[in-house]
Design a protein around this ligand. Structure first.
Ligand code: UTP
Length: 289
């Protein structure tokens, strides 16, 4: 088995209930941070980390994602005629980014079930899974940080970050030993524990590198919280048979699938923009708050 991570899966078939009504007929993954849809940020992260082939798991009403990553002949023609070369480059780059294919989940039966749809795509190779609503703003791309650990330990790797206080109960939580700075060997993991039961302040966030044995573990996983097939439960089964690692990412994570997280990410990303940052900062400073 090659231990090079060349493939990545993007589960994007959830219902996005936290963002209704915006997500009633368009996917959460197409909400835009400044001027780029959420899913493009994580596709760019994967490509910058060495991924060559991408599978997006979609549900109903997801055709806008397919159109977004496809060539738009009419638009390109108009931009060409109007001499808008820079915009033409931006639009073209989206379509040229990577080899992207799509498959449908059918019913949103949970993240574990969504990832299972990638069984044929992954075949016998390790693969990454990125949740597009977790936006990770990092110098070295988050997935690259994880791939380095995967290549060193030759075992599945998940991303973690420290969460203070009771907010940890909203995440999967690991119990783990630190084996080198910011790298942990996982002993156990639990999805959304009560605060008193959380074994650490290390939350699981939306980046994973799996080996193909995850599929057999998902097959053995009964529906858990909310009747959904939870990926944490499947990883927990696999943990009994093989080592599993976690990397504390160097970067800032935004939960852009949540309204407040999305607003915060929008402000942070807008402030960093060369073309907008200065004016936007001036505006924010003028607010009487
Ligand atoms: P979330 O729980 O954040 O997404 O799942 P959701 O279910 O769409 O959102 P809310 O909680 O109702 O607002 C994390 C990721 O897993 C995908 C989602 O699309 C999201 O990217 N997912 C979740 C699936 O692809 N299929 C599922 O059955 C569940």
């Amino acid at each position: 088995m090659s231990n090079k991570v060349r493939k990545a899966v993007f589960p994007a078939a959830g219902l996005g209930t936290r963002f209704l009504p915006a997500t009633k007929s368009s996917p959460k993954e197409m909400l835009t941070l400044v001027d780029k849809p959420l899913i493009q940020y994580s596709v760019e992260e994967a490509v910058a980390s060495g991924v060559e082939s991408i599978l997006i798991i979609t549900g109903r009403d997801k055709s806008s994602m397919e159109d977004h990553f496809d060539v738009s002949f009419e638009l390109e023609q108009v931009l060409k005629e109007r001499g808008k070369d820079e915009l033409l480059r931006v639009v073209r780059a989206v379509a040229d980014m990577a080899k992207i294919s799509y498959t449908r989940q059918g019913e949103a039966l949970g993240l574990g079930h969504a990832i299972y749809q990638a069984k044929g795509f992954a075949a016998d190779e390790p693969f990454a899974a990125l949740l597009p609503d977790d936006i990770i703003d990092a110098g070295k791309p988050a997935l690259k940080q994880m791939i380095e650990v995967f290549e060193k330990y030759d075992a599945p790797v998940i991303a973690t970050m420290q969460i203070d206080g009771e907010a940890i109960s909203r995440f999967g939580v690991i119990d783990a030993d630190e084996v080198e700075p910011n790298v942990y060997r996982i002993k156990d993991m639990v999805e959304k524990p009560a605060f008193a039961d959380a074994r650490s302040d290390l939350a699981i966030i939306g980046r994973y590198i799996f080996t193909p044995d995850i599929f057999e573990a998902i097959e053995r996983t009964p529906p858990g919280a909310g009747g959904e097939i939870q990926i944490t439960d499947a990883m927990r089964l696999l943990l009994k048979d093989r080592p599993f690692y976690a990397v504390k990412l160097d970067g800032v994570r935004h939960d852009a699938g949540d309204k407040l997280g999305f607003l915060i990410a929008t402000v942070e990303f807008a402030l960093k923009r060369e073309d907008l940052g200065e004016d936007f900062r001036k505006y924010l400073k003028s607010l009487k708050i």
